[in-house]
Design a protein around this ligand. Structure first.
Ligand SMILES: Nc1ncnc2c1ncn2[C@@H]1O[C@H](COP(=O)(O)OP(=O)(O)OP(=O)(O)O)[C@@H](O)[C@H]1O
Ligand SMILES: [Mg+2]
Length: 254
């Protein structure tokens, strides 16, 4: 579903070049929940941004849903970020002046859903994350855990091929962390492909697989799934035909 081939991203030039990601190969099968760990500065966020089309590699390839995405033009990349990827960030990044429901609706509207369909999807998702009674609240009136649950609902509204989460529990206390992990567990059971960057071992322990990075490279790759319901190449049921969906999502042929 997601693949990095010889992926590199450098910053700067000459002697001061930083290899944020260094010739990294990684394959994330459809339906897998992957945790990416490693010390600060090892390249985790950079990798996630390359996977989601938020940044471009210096070298190598990124594949999403069977398509190479690192060469896409700006418009196609913007469409891909909107339709095929759901982002969840440590700092939530909700729109302060929009209600919880409006925050969830927005990416659906931007992707072309009718207002009515967007409202219905947002209501369903807020129900799924247990926030129906907070739908009309502004983010400022929500707790951190509630804000992150709104952000997760927002990430899911366009049924992305992959959810990418960077330190999703980094700003949360342990009760709120627990709520978010419960949601991720539901996503995993539903076959959602999910890549999450985390420092928290409890969070990593909920994944099917944990990779750790050092200096832009993979240092370790451990499969945690117990085999229940998985065919050996990632846990959970698959979304049928997910790997052929990207072209359709983006309005491309063949
Ligand atoms: N825009 C940038 N310009 C220059 N260097 C950068 C830039 N973004 C990241 N870097 C460098 O690239 C390396 C990887 O950064 P990255 O943010 O991916 O690390 P990280 O593993 O996410 O760290 P943390 O756990 O602290 O979030 C670091 O050395 C960082 O200083
Ligand atoms: Mg980071």
């Amino acid at each position: 579903m997601l693949r990095a081939v010889g992926l590199s991203r450098t910053y700067g030039r000459g002697e001061s070049t930083v290899w944020a990601v260094d010739a990294l190969d990684l394959d994330v099968p459809a339906g897998q929940t992957l945790a990416v760990t490693g010390p600060s500065g090892c390249g985790k966020s950079t990798l996630l941004q390359l996977f989601g089309g938020l940044d471009r590699p210096t070298d190598g390839e990124v594949w999403l849903g069977g398509r190479r995405i690192d060469h896409l033009g700006e418009q196609a990349l913007a469409r891909l970020r909107r339709r095929a990827v759901g982002f969840v960030f440590q700092a939530f990044h909700l729109m302060d002046e929009l209600t919880a429901a409006e925050n969830v609706e927005l990416p659906a509207l931007l992707a072309g859903a009718s207002p009515r369909a967007a409202r219905r999807r947002a209501a369903d998702l807020l129900d799924r994350v247990g926030l129906t009674d907070r739908a009309r609240h502004l983010p400022a009136k929500l707790s951190g855990g509630q804000r992150q649950r709104v952000a997760i609902a927002r990430a899911l509204v366009n049924e992305p091929l992959v959810v990418l989460a960077d330190e999703p529990t980094g700003n949360l206390d342990s009760a709120a962390t627990h709520e978010v992990l419960r949601l991720f567990d539901e996503l995993r059971a539903g076959g959602q492909t999910l890549v999450m960057v985390t420092h928290d071992e409890r969070v990593a322990a909920t994944a099917d697989r944990v990779v750790s990075m050092r200096d832009g490279m993979l240092a370790d790759d451990t499969r945690l799934d117990d085999g229940v319901g998985s065919g050996g190449s990632g846990g959970g049921p698959r979304r049928s035909g997910a790997s052929s969906e990207l072209g359709a999502l983006l309005g491309w042929e063949g």
